[in-house]
Design a protein around this ligand. Structure first.
Ligand code: FES
Length: 321
């Protein structure tokens, strides 16, 4: 099915915190955008040619606008820098319709945990739960209050009574004690966490240690933790079954780069193992899955892999291309 493409106007660009800007997007004629649910993200086609995924942070009740917030990552691969340096109010950007790999599920109580810019989908969830008068609590961790987006919005809204902030540079804030948060939560609570990989790992490990089942732990990474191509990486071959081609993938290239260089038309978006756009059928061989998109059972089946970041544990992968 062809991906929905929308030409969106940038209504405004606002500095939400140090290094964080928000963009408000709408259709040129202000007609409603496709609806979304909390946890959804959109693809944004950036002026430098990159495509990046950003979570929607506004309430899903708001039909005419999408709002995203982007943290500047100077050491990143250029996506956040393009947003900060190249997009201005009044510009038009191509975006996709919303997709959701991080949905809220019906629960008696939800624990929402945000690390840094991971607040974006979490803020959207909190607004939705509050509007529906559902039981939830929000815990927001950040190195500094000055770098944390939406703090005042949260404090000045109905969310404030259910929110706790943990800023490393504020001695008056409590220490973020995930174990006691989890131990004090009502039975059958669901946990949602978004933020840097270390933060997500910390939360998931604590929940797992306390015996939380996987189906009550929900998380979203911004990028896959594995390394797609490094000098320490493994080399392997790609055998393309349908086109009868054979390629070598050196350590310093991804399988995707090799396929694109040789003229194969692979859909690409995040290039970070997050979106699943490049997922390709594997007919034989054992992929080294470095993505965060595939489910555990898809991963175990080895029937598909994401060539933008995943590699091979076997000397060769046979692909259905
Ligand atoms: S392009 Fe997004 S997972 Fe490969």
């Amino acid at each position: 099915m062809k991906e929905l493409s929308i030409q969106a106007c940038v209504a405004n660009v606002i500095e939400q915190a140090q290094g964080v800007v928000s963009l408000e997007l709408h259709r040129p004629d202000n007609t409603p955008l496709p609806p979304f649910s909390p946890g959804a993200h959109i693809d944004v086609h950036l002026p430098n040619g990159l495509i990046r995924q950003y979570s929607l942070y506004n309430s899903d009740y708001d039909g005419e606008r999408y709002k995203i917030a982007v943290l500047l990552e100077p050491q990143g691969r250029g996506g956040s820098k393009a947003v900060h340096d190249m997009i201005r109010a009044g510009d038009t950007v191509e975006i996709s319709g919303p997709r959701n790999h991080f949905p809220l599920v019906e629960a008696d109580h939800s624990i929402l945990l945000a690390g840094g810019i991971g607040i974006t989908p979490i803020y959207c969830m909190a607004q939705a739960l509050s509007r529906k008068a559902k039981s939830f609590e929000l815990h927001y961790c950040c190195r500094s209050a000055s770098k944390a987006a939406f703090v005042n919005d949260i404090k000045e809204s109905d969310l404030t009574d259910f929110s706790q902030f943990y800023f490393d540079d504020d001695q008056t804030d409590p220490v973020f004690d995930i174990e006691s948060i989890l131990l004090q939560s009502p039975n059958n609570s669901h946990l949602y966490v978004c933020g840097p990989k270390g933060y997500i790992d910390y939360v998931i490990n604590a929940a797992t240690k306390l015996g939380w089942p996987k189906d009550r732990i929900h998380f979203e990474f911004f990028s896959a933790p594995g390394h797609a191509a490094t000098d320490e990486g493994n080399e392997f071959y790609l055998q393309l079954a349908r086109s009868e081609k054979h390629y070598f993938v050196p350590k310093n290239k991804t399988a995707l780069q090799v396929l694109l260089e040789n003229g194969h038309d692979i859909p690409v978006s995040c290039e970070q193992g997050v979106c699943g756009s490049c997922a390709t059928k594997v007919l034989a061989g054992e992929p080294e899955h470095n993505d965060v998109f595939l489910t555990d059972s898809e991963r175990a089946s080895n029937a598909v892999f994401t060539p933008c970041c995943s590699r091979s544990l076997s000397p060769e992968l046979v692909l259905d291309l």
